[in-house]
Design a binder for this molecule. Structure first.
Ligand code: SF4
Length: 448
């Protein structure tokens, strides 16, 4: 979602004639769109901010701006500790960026943080970094209160954009030649519930699902499915609580909806899940997986896991390992627990040592890699459908794309009747010749 926000910032900057440069020495503005989900993200930001500060010593006219979640969370601290920062703006007033920059250009220090998004969510210009796949924000914020998570305090309560506005954006993207859309939200599976006529602030809790919802992610998928030119639709990131039967059925029914479910589980132990306030049990999560696999046996189910949550015993950690092996996820993002300021679990006394967390993370990663290697091997010599996104990052004489299950496939375009660039944006069939844990290689199948 931060990357999607950055694309909007680029669009807003373009309106006031700021263009992107790869070289800080050519820049007259350095803008940070920060993430604070883990401490490592903060550290990276502070070290880059130091580099920009040094650059400003050589070029006093250089403007430095900080937006995103760190700015939302720590505006005073930023101003006090980094006096060379000219602009501080939050996650809820990205639309004001041109105005704030123009003010800073006059030599005024600017700090503007809004606690809530404006009532009418503004439509923002955008400059996208890709030409084939596009992110579209459909819901912002999160109503859950996971005890480790800083997102609700920096992104606020759930706010959905209306289907009409979303559709207009996607129709425009289709006209521009985009083929794949990812509907985005911190909790995308809650899409639309806050648009219900009976919704109120009191109902802005994670448990609210209208009886007969007028708006839902499943319904939105159907609208988007009707847009000519769009060939694939995904959504990110879901919460198991909101993965309804309607959603599973809709994904299995709609040919353009990729059978790809990224639904973070976070732990494979019920006690830990309870302390995380994740509001589901391991059994419930497994039932959801079963339902998805009954409807779509080849569905890719991927997850996020946190290891070393405060108080997590070795046995509880091993329950996570066992669950990863049993469910056989198609990919897992894993992270050692990182205490975030002002979240309940950061204050608990039973913190796990860094050494132990890293040891658990290493072990879980080795298990995840084994599972992925085993699963991907089954695809050897099979034919998969790949949407070609561009040149492979590893070898620019090759192309890369993704399967419907979001696995990266690199392939050689040799033998194609089309020029390499003409294949970008096409869905092609690839015979898999080599598999790794996180990507595959293959050969283009030439149609006669
Ligand atoms: S559902 Fe996700 S974004 Fe929301 S509080 Fe929990 S971890 Fe954070």
């Amino acid at each position: 979602m931060n990357k999607a926000d950055s694309e909007h910032m680029l669009g807003l900057l373009d309106e006031i004639n700021y263009k992107l440069t790869e070289n800080i020495e050519n820049a007259n503005l350095v803008l940070f769109n920060t993430c604070t989900i883990r401490e490592t993200a903060n550290h990276r930001f502070y070290s880059q901010l130091g580099i920009a500060g040094n650059r400003k010593k050589q070029n006093p006219n250089l403007l430095i701006g900080v937006g995103g979640c760190v700015a939302q969370d720590k505006k005073k601290w930023l101003q006090t500790n980094f006096p060379y920062v000219d602009i501080v703006f939050g996650t809820n007033n990205i639309h004001k960026l041109p105005e704030l920059i123009q003010k800073a250009e006059t030599g005024t220090k600017v700090c503007e943080i809004e606690e809530e998004l404006p009532f009418d969510l503004p439509e923002l210009p955008v400059i996208r970094q890709t030409k084939v796949t596009a992110w579209v924000n459909v819901i912002l914020g999160c109503n859950f209160n996971c005890t480790y998570c800083i997102v609700p305090s920096v992104r606020g309560r759930e706010r959905s954009r209306t289907p009409e506005v979303i559709l207009k954006e996607i129709q425009r993207l289709a006209q521009e030649g985009f083929k794949e859309i990812t509907l985005l939200g911190q909790n995308v599976t809650a899409y639309g519930y806050d648009l219900d006529p009976n919704y109120s602030k009191e109902k802005a809790t994670f448990g609210y699902i209208p009886l007969d919802p007028q708006y839902s992610l499943a319904k939105l998928l159907r609208y988007v499915h009707d847009v000519d030119g769009i060939e694939r639709i995904r959504f990110l990131t879901g919460h198991p609580f909101h993965v309804t039967d309607e959603l599973i059925e809709t994904v299995s029914e709609l040919p353009k909806a990729c059978e790809y479910f990224h639904i973070p589980m976070q732990s494979g132990d019920d006690i830990v899940l309870k302390r995380m306030a994740r509001v589901y049990s391991v059994e419930k999560y497994k039932k959801m997986v079963e339902k998805i696999r009954i409807k779509k046996p080849n569905a890719a189910i991927t997850s996020d896991f946190i290891v070393g949550f405060p108080g997590e015993t070795q046995e509880q950690f091993l329950n996570t390992v066992k669950t990863v092996q049993e469910i056989e996820f198609d990919a897992c993002n894993t992270a050692a627990y990182s205490p975030r300021p002002d979240t309940p679990s950061a204050l608990w006394e039973n913190q796990i040592s860094e050494e132990e967390k890293n040891e658990r993370l290493r072990y879980l990663n080795s298990v995840v890699n084994e599972v992925l290697e085993r699963k991907n091997k089954k695809l050897l010599n099979s034919t998969v459908e790949v949407l070609v996104e561009g040149a492979s990052q590893r070898d620019t004489s090759k192309l890369m794309g993704r399967t419907r299950g979001n696995i990266i496939v690199n392939f050689d375009p040799v033998g194609s009747l089309h020029a390499m660039t003409d294949l970008i944006g096409q869905i092609v069939n690839i015979k898999i010749t080599k598999t790794n844990s996180w990507s595959m290689n293959g050969e283009l199948i030439i149609d006669n």
